[in-house]
Design a protein around this ligand. Structure first.
Ligand code: CTP
Ligand code: MG
Length: 196
């Protein structure tokens, strides 16, 4: 295989590993969320809801907790393994992303909290933006829907680790496709009635 193709594959695989707390926070908010909305039903002066019924207390709390737990697991159990695999597979990539790998429990917990919490906050900011543009809950806004949680996760986690630009770019591209893929599957399974 062309070494540059191989490097992109390795970097992509690592991007998914790094973002797992954010992806799983988002997925668990969707799976286990619902109930009382975070904005308690309140609207702003524009007559539209502050966030809407798609951002709930349960989803928010469970999402952040799951992010923290995944980060803790990564820091405690898989950080060293991933470091070794990267250094054997592609040392240049390994060195580039090394600063973003957590290899201890507390650091992993903090990074997971930042990625998971950032994802949930980013998603809520996306809902806030949608309501201000008078887009009803659940109606699509391309790019905002796909990347709000990713941008939130990247911003908060940047307080804890320095994320190289190449990794950020790969994360944005992969997340776009993963989100579209997940939505297509949910749509085909009848779990969603609009495809986007
Ligand atoms: N969810 C939740 N709490 C959150 C985030 C998500 O309960 N903090 C759940 C809600 O049931 C929500 C679903 O996950 O409907 C999907 O989230 P998302 O696609 O972001 O919400 P939408 O329903 O599309 O609403 P919005 O238009 O505000 O994005
Ligand atoms: Mg949303």
């Amino acid at each position: 295989m062309d070494p540059s193709v191989f490097s992109v594959l390795i970097l992509s695989a690592y991007a998914i590993y790094f973002m797992l707390p954010a992806y799983l926070a988002n997925a668990s908010a969707l799976t286990f969320g619902g109930g009382t909305p975070l904005d308690m039903g309140r609207s702003l002066k524009d007559g539209f809801r502050f966030l809407g019924d798609g951002v709930t207390w349960k989803g928010t709390i469970i999402g952040i907790l799951i992010g923290a737990v995944i980060g803790l697991i990564q820091g405690t159990f898989t950080g060293d393994l991933i470091t070794n695999l990267l250094m054997v597979g592609d040392p240049a990539i390994g060195l580039m992303v090394q600063g973003t790998i957590t290899t201890n429990t507390l650091h992993g917990l903090l990074l997971g909290l930042a990625l998971g919490g950032g994802a949930i906050i980013g998603d809520a900011c996306g809902s806030f933006i949608k309501r201000r543009f008078k887009v009803e809950r659940g109606r699509p806004i391309p790019i905002v829907d796909q990347l709000d949680f990713v941008v939130g996760a990247l911003i908060l986690s940047s307080l804890i680790v320095v994320i190289p630009l190449y990794l950020i770019i790969v994360i944005l591209i992969i997340s776009l496709f993963m989100h579209l893929g997940a939505n297509t599957i949910a749509y085909l399974l009848g779990m969603k009635n609009v495809w986007y």
